[in-house]
Each structure stands twice: as structure tokens, then as C-alpha cells.
Design a protein around this ligand. Structure first.
Ligand SMILES: Nc1ncnc2c1ncn2[C@@H]1O[C@H](COP(=O)(O)OP(=O)(O)OP(=O)(O)O)[C@@H](O)[C@H]1O
Length: 449
């Protein structure tokens, strides 16, 4: 099979957006890579560029090291499968599957054998004489897959092939597609906006945003070790809770202020060295359910967040508990993430009280820990200076809530309104700076001080 290289691939449509922005990646021979991202992030355009259906504005595509710019769609020997199946309604299933071969020079007996073999692989031999109109969505997609494999392509390019199907059929076809791709050893690029598909099917996942690859890694890597807030927020069921916060450091403690309460961490914990240098910086905490463990509500302060149960979702084998801790969420589409910091380190500006008229005065006044003399907004309830930011549409608007979500055994869920204290596992706490980039805690404490 073929190794596919995308080398600084860029596509700008006439008068349109930068659909693909300087994308480079190596897809190994026989590898299954999912392109995952929200609508409009350029996934389909990458696929169409690889297939040869679009010309790149700049950059190259190589198959086994050979540039593809002068190779037609047919020369590339790739098979595409689309969300809408793209079957010919007046042809039978057998004719649809055999369609790509009719353009070649195969004798008809061999052609029939290839069609039968492809149909067999997809378990649709009994449907060969039907027409697409008499098939279910799942069966049509199987026909489309059979048509894709019949030419023995060197790469599969699948564009959201399951998004028109209901949950049961999707789950079934997920397994079938990965099984087929592995069995045939075909290099596969799979476009989806469904994280479950990407995480369960792919060897590696490329998370895309606005035409750029944010992160490329195994499903386990992108989930557990996201490079950015965008990647963290995109993955997980339920999605992680994203809380606005700020870091303060005093003699004994590192404090993460979420506005309503403090996460108090011992300053001498070596994992927190990187945070000590971030005194007064705004951060986002991303907390997944597995990071939180219920503890006695009267537990000592420390790496514990407290709140009251807002609601409980029963899932049969377990329950998801939504806990209101008075924090305000960070939104990944918020403008703050689009406009990273100016590059000037806040601690430099904090050396003195910011002078009146200083361009950062307003921001700094919010961030410097100080005894309050004004009356703080309802969202700021700790003695520190952190006010979460949100854009109220009217004066009465309440800030949005960022509930924590925790998993508990199905038999013992707490009642709505009950107090809950949740210990935070520091090793799995994800923190991000104002630009949305990851702040890594040092796992061993052995990193640079
Ligand atoms: N032929 C075209 N002409 C102009 N703009 C285009 C064209 N095709 C795509 N675009 C734009 O390029 C961007 C990326 O589109 P693309 O279809 O690759 O995104 P996507 O991630 O596959 O989205 P979706 O999941 O909705 O299919 C979008 O802003 C889209 O509007």
C-alpha cells in the first residue's frame, strides 16, 4: 500500500477562506488516520486534494515519496466514499459495485468475480440484484464501500461515511470499516466531526481547526495529553468542564482561583513548579470526570472543589452528577482565545502598580491580588482578585455556569441540592494559558525550575 505525505499543503479558494493552511503530515503505509474537527475546518478539502479533485494553492502531496501534481484522480488509485453514498439509482447493486471496473479493460468473467468478492467482504451478496432505492442507509453504505474496494485501491478516502446513519448501524459499520481497512492493509484517511468515530477507529487522529492541524497523535495521546484547549475541549464524552481561573502564589501555597473558591495546592509540590512562575496569570482548567473523586464534604482544604449537586443523569450502569461550584466557563470560541496575549509577560507589568492610563490597567486591576475596596461582582467570592469574564447581554444576565461532571455508581447517586466535595487529581488536571496553549505540570518535578 502507499505512504501519503502532505507537505506544507495549502488551499485558498477563489474569494474564499484559507480552507487548508500549511498542513504537513506523514501517513504511513496501511495506517488509518482520522481527520477530526468542527464543520468548515478543512477536512473534506484535504481529502479532495489527496484524491486529486482539487489543486493545492501551494504545497505538495506525495505517494511513496513521489509527487502527485501531474497524476490524475484515476492514476492515484484511491477510492472515495461519501456521506451520501453516491450510488446510481437505476443500476443494481452488482452494477454499482462493478461500475469502476467497467472503465478498465477487465474481461467480464473476472469482473463478476471481483464484484462477488467485494460484496462478500461487505456481507451484501444477497442484495446484488436490488436497486439502491430498496436498501437501508447502512446497506447503501456497504454497497458504496464494496464499490470502493473493488478496484483494489492503494488508499481509502472516506468523507463522513456514517453521518447519515442511526446510532446502531453506525456502531456496526465502524467496526466493519476498520476491520476491512486493516484486513486489506489499505492506507485510510477518514474525515469525521464525530470524536467517537475518530477515537475508536483510527491509529492516529489529526485534530484540525481553521485549516490547521492542532495536534496529530494516537487517540490516547490527543485525549490525555492535548496541546491546546481546543483539542481538550473537543474530546471526551461528556466533554470536559472548562473553568476560568487565575493562578496566585503565596509563601506556602499555589492557589488556583476559580472566582467562587480556591484550589489550594502546596507550594513545595514539585509538580507545581511551572505554576509558581505564572503568578497572577489567567488560566483555564479542563476537568474530565475521571479527574474528580468525591470526598467527605467536610474534608480539609486542598486540591478540592466544593459545590452542590445541580442534576443527576442516570445511565444505567452509572450516573453522571453535575455539580455547581460557582465557576464560570471558558468558551473555546471566545475572542480571548483568538487574540493571544501580546507577548509581554504580565509579571513585568506587575512590578509596580499599573499607572493610570496604562493600556493594561483594566486587565491588571482585575488580576492583581488585592484586598477589595469596591464591591466585587457576584461571580468573585474569594479574597483574591479574580473576576471571571463573560459578556452579559443585559444587566440582569447571570454568568453562565460551568458545572463539574463526576461519575458515580448507579446505585448511590446523591440528590439534587446535596453538597459535594471533589478531590482533583493533579496528575491529570489540564491547564491552559490565555492563548489556549497547554501549561504542563511537571509530572516528576524534575523539569526546569
Ligand atoms: N469549492 C469551494 N469554494 C469555496 N470555498 C470552499 C469550497 N469548498 C470548501 N470551501 C470552504 O473551505 C472551508 C473548508 O471546507 P471543508 O468542506 O473542507 O470543511 P470540512 O471541515 O470538511 O467541513 P464539513 O464537516 O462541514 O464538511 C469552508 O470554509 C468552506 O466553506
Amino acid at each position: 500500500m502507499v505512504a501519503i505525505t502532505l507537505d506544507r499543503l495549502t488551499k485558498i479558494f477563489d474569494g474564499g477562506p484559507m480552507a487548508v493552511d500549511d498542513v504537513s503530515m506523514e501517513i504511513g503505509s496501511g495506517e488509518f488516520v482520522a481527520l477530526l474537527g468542527p464543520t468548515g475546518c478543512g477536512k473534506s478539502t484535504i481529502l479532495r486534494l489527496v484524491a486529486g479533485l482539487e489543486e493545492p494553492t501551494s504545497g505538495r502531496i506525495l505517494f511513496d515519496g513521489e509527487p502527485m501534481e501531474n497524476q490524475t484522480v484515476r492514476d492515484r488509485r484511491v477510492a472515495m466514499v461519501f456521506q451520501d453514498y453516491a450510488l446510481y439509482p437505476y443500476l443494481t447493486v452488482a452494477q454499482n459495485i462493478g461500475f469502476p471496473l467497467r472503465l478498465g479493460a477487465e474481461p467480464s468473467g473476472a469482473l463478476a468475480a471481483r464484484v462477488a468478492e467485494a460484496a462478500e467482504q461487505l456481507g451484501i451478496t444477497h442484495l446484488l440484484e436490488r436497486r439502491p432505492g430498496n436498501l437501508s442507509g447502512g446497506q447503501r453504505q456497504r454497497v458504496a464501500m464494496a464499490r470502493a474496494i473493488v478496484r483494489r485501491p492503494q488508499a481509502f478516502l472516506l468523507d463522513e461515511p456514517l453521518s447519515n446513519l442511526d446510532a446502531g448501524v453506525r456502531a456496526e459499520l465502524r467496526t466493519e470499516i476498520t476491520g476491512l481497512s486493516r484486513r486489506l492493509g489499505v492506507t485510510t484517511l477518514y474525515v469525521t466531526h464525530d470524536q467517537v468515530e475518530a477515537m475508536t477507529m483510527a491509529d492516529r487522529v489529526a485534530v484540525l481547526r481553521r485549516g490547521r492541524v492542532q495536534q496529530l497523535g494516537t487517540p490516547a495521546e490527543v485525549y490525555a495529553d492535548p496541546v491546546s484547549l481546543f483539542v481538550a475541549a473537543f474530546l471526551g464524552t461528556p466533554r470536559p468542564s472548562l473553568l476560568q481561573g487565575a493562578v496566585y502564589v503565596d509563601r506556602e501555597r499555589v492557589l488556583i482561583d476559580v472566582g467562587s473558591q480556591l484550589l489550594e495546592l502546596p507550594r513545595d509540590d514539585p509538580r507545581l513548579r511551572t505554576l509558581v512562575r505564572r503568578h497572577t496569570e489567567r488560566v483555564t482548567l479542563a476537568l474530565r470526570p475521571e479527574v474528580l473523586t468525591p470526598v467527605r464534604p467536610g474534608a480539609e482544604p486542598g486540591a478540592v472543589l466544593r459545590g452542590n449537586v445541580r442534576s443527576v443523569e442516570h445511565l444505567g450502569h452509572e450516573a453522571l452528577v453535575y455539580v455547581d461550584i460557582g465557576a464560570v466557563p471558558t468558551s473555546v470560541v471566545e475572542s480571548r482565545l483568538e487574540h493571544p496575549d501580546t507577548g509581554q509577560h504580565l509579571s513585568e507589568l506587575l512590578a509596580d502598580d499599573p499607572p493610570t492610563g496604562h493600556p493594561f490597567r483594566h486587565t491588571l486591576a482585575r488580576m492583581i491580588p488585592h484586598q477589595r475596596t469596591d464591591s466585587p461582582p457576584a461571580t468573585a467570592r474569594t479574597e483574591y482578585g479574580f473576576y471571571p469574564v463573560y459578556e452579559p447581554e443585559s444587566a440582569q444576565d447571570q454568568p453562565p455556569v460551568a458545572d463539574l461532571v463526576v461519575r458515580v455508581p448507579a446505585l448511590t447517586p446523591p440528590r439534587p441540592g446535596a453538597p459535594m466535595a471533589l478531590a482533583v487529581d493533579l496528575d491529570r488536571l489540564l491547564l491552559f494559558d490565555r492563548a489556549g496553549d497547554r501549561i504542563r505540570l511537571d509530572p516528576s518535578g524534575a523539569g526546569p525550575a
